[in-house]
Design a protein around this ligand. Structure first.
Ligand SMILES: [Fe+2]
Ligand SMILES: [Fe+2]
Length: 261
């Protein structure tokens, strides 16, 4: 199964008590793991399995840990998770890293240098980490690559996203995140979804300049889906609108300080 379009997967919203496969190709699979808490500020955790490598994106907070482990256990032994991608230092993104390190002290943290400075304050500093600035492209066992793309001030100065060249999925962290009490796994109505993204972006993202600087880095990529840490996944058909949304966005400093000082 290789999902060129997530919408072609049909009943993808149907059984959320199980890991939801989003992409599968030879030696390379991606799952949505949750989190299933019934909250408007819903967190997403994703698992990428490539050969012997099992990489969690946005593993989540400590309260999320038990459910995330349970979801992984429905696929593979949680002790076999090899890497955590932590796209910035917020606790909802990666505070559970210390619990994952208890399970497997050998696992590696993949993050940016400015994030790495802060992660030890979650409670552990004795771990291996991969520096996304020094290693902007990571070759997986299958030969496919992950590309780490910095996204400064969206919202963290240390933020980065990850593009999986095999699936064309962009793990976007807080970018294109959305807040809504009427949640679905996939976006079905982009126009209606704008307000959900506004709820997160308007006062959290730094500026239109930061948004445009980031989208300029995406020009050469063929993005099949955007997988944010909050809210709903944007399928390929909405990617051009999603990029346009960011390029037009007035947010943060644009709103707080609209006049030149
Ligand atoms: Fe954040
Ligand atoms: Fe977040």
């Amino acid at each position: 199964m290789k999902l060129q379009s997530l919408r072609e997967a049909g009943n993808i919203d149907r059984d959320l008590s199980l890991p939801t496969p989003l992409f599968e190709a030879s030696n390379h699979a991606i799952y949505w793991l949750g989190i299933m808490e019934d909250a408007a500020f819903r967190c997403n955790c994703y698992l990428l399995i490539d050969g012997e490598r099992a990489i969690l994106f946005d593993p989540g907070s400590r309260p999320h840990f038990a459910q995330c482990v349970a979801r992984v256990a429905q696929i593979m032994a949680p002790t076999s998770v090899t890497d955590l991608v932590i796209c910035h230092q917020d606790p909802d993104v990666g505070a559970s890293m210390i619990d994952w390190l208890d399970l497997n002290p050998e696992l590696q943290i993949i993050t940016s240098p400015r994030t790495q400075i802060l992660l030890p304050y979650f409670g552990k500093s004795d771990y291996q980490w991969i520096n996304t600035v020094e290693v902007p492209e990571l070759v997986l066992p299958s030969g496919h690559q992950l590309r780490f793309i910095s996204a400064p001030f969206l919202h963290s100065p240390a933020a980065f996203t990850t593009f999986d060249a095999c699936s064309g999925f962009l793990f976007s962290g807080d970018i294109w995140a959305a807040i809504t009490s009427n949640w679905s796994l996939l976006v079905h109505d982009f126009e209606g979804h704008r307000a959900n993204m506004d709820s997160f972006h308007l006062h959290y993202m730094a500026s239109n300049r930061a948004c445009r600087g980031f989208t300029a880095k995406l020009k050469s990529l063929e993005i099949n889906a955007i997988l944010p840490q909050h809210g709903s996944i944007l399928d390929r058909c909405f990617v051009p609108q999603a990029i346009d949304y960011l390029e037009q966005l007035q947010c943060g400093m644009d709103l707080e300080y609209p006049q030149k000082l």
